[in-house]
Design a binder for this molecule. Structure first.
Ligand code: IPT
Length: 271
């Protein structure tokens, strides 16, 4: 069998670690993986990537591209009878998927800051065209509302460390600063740490920072980043296992979707 992986921008840490985990597991089981990369967040780009995989005669398709439910349904249609597994859709959607619980991840970061006594909390989201960026943001807002709080301010980045840096320079400059910031991924948190350092704002004494992903470098940021871990090795392994099961036993009822837990990794950017 050959597996197809349609992936969002592999220059980003999380999808590249996901792709690596998928390759590793497929190699262990003796399967090939062909990868097609989607350059932007438009539906037509994702469809083109999937068609490219189909043209290469893959037997099943893994899709790690953020897709809102309607769009994911359309992409699934392009795949005809091939088994398809989604890695970045809404957990509520009626699609076969392996996902990390965005609600849980958002709450773990927020509850941690609240327990430390923070009330002036800024939010730095991913690009809201991304379904998981939107769901993490909504999770934070729901949690804040449940505690009768509002966000100190809301900034929208694009997942890159450059965006985290630029946005944090503006956020941290005025006399009124938040005491903490929830960041939707570790790369943007890296940019926030650099901006804080440049402005002389000490982390964690004057600003607490919580990231999201726990990709491999995050324990080596300065200070080591407190973050919400998503185990990409686990999701990669599980997605290949399930795909292979569907390919080897097409008659059996296909395995169900899987919602994986996130974990708060306590390091040194919060106090
Ligand atoms: C998600 C990452 O958390 C984020 O950092 C970014 O890399 C994004 O992917 C790219 O789409 S993880 C995804 C499986 C929800």
């Amino acid at each position: 069998f050959t597996l197809g992986l349609a992936s969002t921008n592999l220059a980003l840490n999380a999808p590249s670690q996901g792709a690596s985990a998928i390759k590793t597991r497929a190699n262990q089981l003796g399967y090939h993986v062909v990868i097609s990369m989607v350059e932007d967040l438009q539906l037509k780009s994702c469809r083109a990537a999937v068609n490219e995989l189909i043209a290469q005669r893959v037997d099943g398709i893994l899709i790690n591209v953020p897709l809102e439910t309607d769009n994911a349904q359309q992409v699934k249609q392009c795949c005809g009878n091939l088994p398809v597994l989604f890695l970045d859709v809404d957990p509520q959607a009626n699609l076969l998927s392996i996902l990390f619980d965005p609600q849980e991840g958002a709450m773990q970061g927020l509850e941690h800051l609240l327990a430390l006594g923070h009330r002036q909390i800024a939010l730095l989201t991913g690009p809201l065209e991304s379904v998981s960026a939107r769901l993490r943001y909504e999770g934070w807002l729901t949690g804040l509302t449940a505690h009768q709080l509002e966000a100190f301010s809301v900034l929208h980045g694009d997942w890159s460390s450059a965006s985290g840096y630029q946005l944090a320079l503006n956020l941290l400059n005025p006399p009124q600063r938040p005491t903490a910031i929830l960041v939707a991924n570790d790369q943007m948190a890296l940019g926030v740490l650099r901006a804080a350092h440049q402005l002389g704002v000490t982390v964690p004494q004057q600003l607490s920072v919580v990231g999201y992903d726990d990709t491999e470098d995050s324990a080596y940021f300065q200070p080591p980043l407190t973050t919400i871990a998503q185990d990409f090795r686990l999701s990669g392994r599980e997605s290949v296992n399930r795909m292979v099961q569907m390919l080897q036993h097409p008659q059996q009822t296909s395995p169900g979707s899987l919602l994986l837990n996130t974990t708060l990794m306590l390091r040194q950017t919060t106090s």
